[in-house]
Structures are given as C-alpha cells and as structure tokens.
Design a binder for this molecule. Structure first.
Ligand code: FAD
Length: 376
C-alpha cells in the first residue's frame, strides 16, 4: 500500500466498492431513497465485465434447477421499462433498449427437442412461462431480414427478454447517481479493513471510513471480503466476443449468441471458459465462435470482422446470484452475479433496503452465503 495517505474521513455513511453495473444499480437505488452514498471505482484496467458485455436482458435460459433465480430474472426484466424511463428523466440521457422478446435459434432436431423439454419443465416449475418453441417459418416471420442456415429448425422464444445498450445504462446510472447527490470517486481500492464496527477502505486517494459497506467490485470482491471470509465462492468465466461490421437494422429481436447492437454492428459470443484470469484473445476460439454464428446466419461469413475482445464474467459457484451480509459483519453486504445487466432493475429496486439492514424479497432470500455454509 505504498502511496496511501493515512487520512481518515468518517463522513461516509455508505461506501460502495466498485462502480460496475452492480455497484451503480445499487448506488442509484440508495441515493433515490435520500441516502448519502460514496461509490468508488477504479480508473484503471481492472476487471470490468460491465464494459465488455452484450446487454441482453435475458431470462429464458436461467435456470431450471434454480426456480427462484429464474423468477428473479423475469421480475427484473419486468421492472426495466419503468426504471429506464426514470433513469432517462433523471440523467437526461437516452437509453437505447428493446423490449421485444428474445430468440435462441435451434440447430437440428436434438437441440430443438432439448430446448422444448427445458421450457416445458420450467413452465411446470414456475407455474407460467411467457413464451415457447417456434417453428422455422415462425422464426423467419419474426426476423424476415435474416437468411437462416439450413440446419436451423426453429427457435425458443421468450416474450420477456430484450436488449439494452449496456454502456448507456451504466452511464445513465452514474449520471443519475451524481445528480441525486451521490459522490462518485475514481480511485483504485487497495484494501478493506474492519475496525470496531466501522470499515476502512484504503485507496489511492487515502483512507475512507464508513458505517456501511457494499462490496460490488466483481471478481475483486474475493480480495476485499477477506477480512470476513477467506474465499468468496466465485470464479472468472471468460467470454470472447466478436464484432462484425455495421449493417442496416436487420434484427429487431435479439438472438442469444448473435445480436445486432444499437449501432448496427453484430456482436457474436457463445463461449464460457473457466481458465482463471487469462483474458487473451485466442484466434482458434475466434474462428470457432464465428463458425457457430455462421451456422445460424451464413451471410455473416461475407462480412468483415472488425474487433474481438474478451471479458471475465463473475460466476458464483452454483451460478445463482450472491446477495449476502458477511459473517459477523452485518453492516457489510456483498453482491456478485453473472447477469448483472439483466438483474440491474431488481438490484436498484430491492437491494437498497437490504443494504440498509432490511430483508431481501422472498424470491431472493435463498441467495445469501448461508447456502455455502456461512453464518450470516
Ligand atoms: C462477454 C460477456 C458478455 C456478457 N453478456 C451479458 C448479457 O448479455 N447480459 C447480462 O445480463 N450480463 C452479461 N454479462 C455479464 C455481466 O457483464 C456481468 O454480470 C456484470 O458486468 C457484473 O457486474 P459487476 O458490477 O458485478 O462486476 P464488474 O463488471 O466486474 O464491475 C466491477 C467494478 O468494480 C471495479 N473494481 C474492481 N476492482 C477494483 C479496485 N481494486 N478498485 C476500485 N474499483 C475496482 C471495476 O472497475 C468495475 O467497475 C456478460 C459478461 C461478459 C464477459
């Protein structure tokens, strides 16, 4: 902690460590309740999944084995229209978003049947499900400007899915946060320590003390939570994304793995890899991703690839979100989830009360660290 000035500042009622989409969604929710909040975010190249993602608002494939988590995703998607309207008003920014439903193209009969089976079981678990399987001709009616490959037999369809510009959402959260009196500080956090009921965050800009602390620093939460637990059960899930040249609007409804951005480029990304913090772009993987996309939409093979990048998703061990107080530290909450864009609306509306000492909604009550054997 070489350059840290040892100055104490106990003005901070609540500090949020991390200003990615999770931290920003919660921070905005807290200032909207009139709370005094300081959000700290690194200006440097730390892990920032919030700036490398596709922006899908996606509930249809998450998860049959976790029905409460599935409900939570649908709940969040349903909160989005009102939230984005509010954020646009407060921030003054436009947030491009489509609430048009979402599609997963099926390659071959086996794929189609297993998706059908999944939806049937999910509908049974949830009691209702806004979507189902569609045939190839129904798919072509929904996306008439896409020439689907010969192996595409149909698709899974969900009405509650959509797509948002994730950078615009993040920017709007941060501007709205500041407009409502939030204090956003760009600084690198080096360490977090507990001391007699308060918490000290050591940063490039000095030490900052607070009564309540939210750990929302993505994969860095593992390091920052060490004063309470040795190993937050999360790992890095690498995704590699390809960006294909701009086209006129051809995809009014987003498709998992191949989605047109609001700027017209096509973003491709199917991979999940658990290989630590390696963020290199691997040319063979780029080729595999491209081939998978061309099976769905062969014309992509004639387009220029303009960029590829990778990002590290934050993946809880059992895939379910973690919203938890830390053992013996009820004033500290930890937020870690892999679909934090989809869940942002639920985070804004429900996590502030939890951060202030209240309860989570019933459908999220099982998402604490208790399920990993911690007392909290
Ligand atoms: C390729 C890819 C595609 C994805 N597609 C989607 C999608 O379509 N829909 C969806 O819902 N989700 C998607 N995700 C997942 C989504 O991006 C993540 O769930 C989300 O970004 C997690 O947000 P977060 O704020 O919890 O963590 P992060 O995005 O990792 O943010 C953590 C924040 O903490 C800050 N931080 C970290 N360390 C420090 C430090 N030492 N000091 C100060 N600040 C620090 C960082 O600067 C960052 O701003 C995708 C992810 C990837 C990688």
């Amino acid at each position: 902690m070489g350059n840290i000035k040892q100055q104490s500042n106990s003005e901070h009622e609540i500090i949020i460590a991390g200003g990615g989409i999770s931290g920003a969604a919660l921070a905005y929710g807290l200032v909207a309740k009139g709370k005094k909040v300081t959000m700290l975010d690194a200006p440097t190249k730390t892990n920032k999944a919030s700036r490398t993602n596709v922006g899908l608002l996606w509930c249809q494939s998450k998860f049959l084995h976790l029905p409460d988590y599935a409900r939570w995703g649908f709940h969040s998607c349903n909160l989005f229209p009102e939230l984005t309207k509010e954020l646009e008003e407060v921030s003054g920014l436009e947030i491009p978003v489509n609430y048009t439903g979402g599609i997963i193209a099926c390659i071959g009969e086996n794929d189609y049947e297993s998706r059908r089976d999944y939806i049937v079981k999910l509908r049974e678990k949830l009691g209702e499900y806004p979507g189902g399987m569609i045939s190839r001709s129904e798919l072509e009616n929904k996306l008439p400007k896409i020439g689907f490959g010969p192996d595409v037999v149909g698709a899974a369809w969900c009405e509650d899915d959509g797509v948002i510009d994730p950078l615009a959402l993040l920017r709007a959260y941060k501007i709205a946060f500041c407009k409502l009196g939030g204090n956003l500080v760009e600084t690198l956090i080096h360490d977090v320590q507990a001391a007699d009921g308060s918490y000290s965050v050591f940063t490039d800009k000095g030490r900052m003390d607070c009564e309540r602390l939210v750990l929302a620093a993505g994969l860095a939460n593992r390091r920052f939570a060490q004063f309470a637990i040795p190993n937050v059960p999360i790992s890095a899930d690498k995704g590699q994304v390809l960006l294909v040249e701009r086209m006129p609007p051809v995809m009014p409804i987003p498709m998992l793995g191949v989605t047109q951005t609001f700027g017209g480029t096509i973003i491709i990304g199917f991979r999940h890899e658990f290989i630590g913090h390696d963020t290199r772009i691997v040319p063979e993987d780029v080729a595999t991703e491209g081939r998978a996309a061309m099976k769905i939409w062969p014309e992509l093979g004639k387009k220029r690839l303009i960029r590829a990048w990778s990002g590290l998703r934050v993946m809880p061990e059992d895939k379910q979100a973690i919203y938890s107080r830390l053992p013996n530290h009820p004033q500290v909450i930890l937020v870690n989830t892999h679909s934090a864009v989809t869940l942002a609306a639920a985070h804004t509306r429900h996590l502030p009360d939890f951060a202030l000492g209240g309860e989570l909604p019933d459908m999220a009550k099982g998402m604490s660290l208790k399920r990993f054997g911690y007392e909290c």
